[in-house]
Design a protein around this ligand. Structure first.
Ligand SMILES: NC(=O)c1ccc[n+]([C@@H]2O[C@H](COP(=O)([O-])OP(=O)(O)OC[C@H]3O[C@@H](n4cnc5c(N)ncnc54)[C@H](OP(=O)(O)O)[C@@H]3O)[C@@H](O)[C@H]2O)c1
Length: 262
């Protein structure tokens, strides 16, 4: 009887897919979703790290499936899609951050970050969205960044990918609304993950990945299009986008060069 109840309960769980789930914000989201009654399909390239995530969540072993898939590889993504029946939540999170130093300027970080951060999201969207179109329901969460709001030093390769995601989300939102599918954009400030270890400056308002994951889940079902945090830093950055360009430029230049000189 208990086994039957467990099976029935499990059949009513929503299913989520997360790309870039082996560590950082993605892994924290996996943990948070499992604790909130979701079945989770976790994707990233490194299978060993995904197995670690699975053993960390051994309590939920029947609700967590992991697949090694590179978001730049459509055929890998499509073969994962074949394993899935229905989908309620698609989190397009995989991304990398590589700062550009003008002294070592090269095209590589631009190509790499465009292929993973932008085209990787589009390829993942393409592989999985058909499941939601069939059921005419679901939520798509796209992981952008505050860095997509306004130009910042050394972010010339990263920021445009996040800005492009913002416009993709804003545009596709209209088309998916006709299918009752909700699009949300997530624009975090600094989160303490491997991705920001390259930063040699003090990151204002930095939060831990589990805090970020809780904030994302808390805001998933509200009516707001954009989820952004932490409050103070995101409000300050939003304010800068409203200022005339010469003022925001001077402010950011002053603050970031002060950091460099310290
Ligand atoms: N940390 C921040 O302060 C911050 C702020 C704003 C936005 N974000 C965004 O949040 C997202 C997650 O970042 P994070 O800070 O959690 O970074 P992270 O700790 O470095 O994790 C990145 C994740 O993406 C996966 N990944 C990287 N390239 C991939 C590829 N080609 N195919 C599939 N998976 C790939 C990595 O797994 P594998 O290596 O196993 O593939 C890893 O699971 C990114 O989109 C990032 O731009 C982060």
């Amino acid at each position: 009887m208990q086994a039957l109840m467990r099976k029935l309960k499990s059949n009513f769980k929503k299913t989520a897919i997360i790309t870039g789930a082996s560590e950082g914000i993605g892994a924290a989201l996996v943990n948070e979703l499992l604790q909130n009654n979701y079945k989770v399909i976790a994707l990233s390239r490194n299978y060993k790290k995904l197995l670690k995530l699975k053993s960390f969540n051994s309590k939920y072993k029947n609700d967590l499936k992991v697949f090694s898939a590179d978001v730049t590889n459509s055929s890998q993504l499509l073969s994962v899609a074949k394993e899935i029946n229905s989908l309620d939540l698609l989190i397009l999170n995989a991304g990398i951050y590589e700062p550009v130093l003008i002294e070592n300027f090269s095209i590589e970080p631009f190509i790499k970050q465009s292929e993973i951060n932008y085209l990787g999201v589009i390829k993942s969207f393409d592989a999985f969205i058909k499941k939601m179109l069939l059921t005419r329901s679901g939520t798509v969460l796209i992981m952008s960044s505050i860095a997509g709001w306004i130009g910042l030093p050394k972010a010339s390769a990263y920021a445009p990918t996040k800005s492009a995601l913002r416009l993709f989300a804003q545009s596709i939102r209209y088309d998916l609304a006709e299918y009752n599918i909700v699009v949300k954009l997530c624009s975090p400030g600094f989160v303490n993950t491997k991705a920001v270890k390259v930063n040699d400056f003090k990151m204002p308002g930095i939060i831990e990945p589990n805090v970020a994951a809780k904030l994302i889940l808390k805001n998933l079902s509200n009516k707001k299009f954009e989820i952004t945090f932490p409050w103070f830093f995101s409000t300050l950055m939003k304010f800068l986008t409203y200022l005339p360009d010469n003022l925001s430029y001077k402010f950011i230049k002053y603050v970031t060069s002060y950091e460099q000189e310290k």
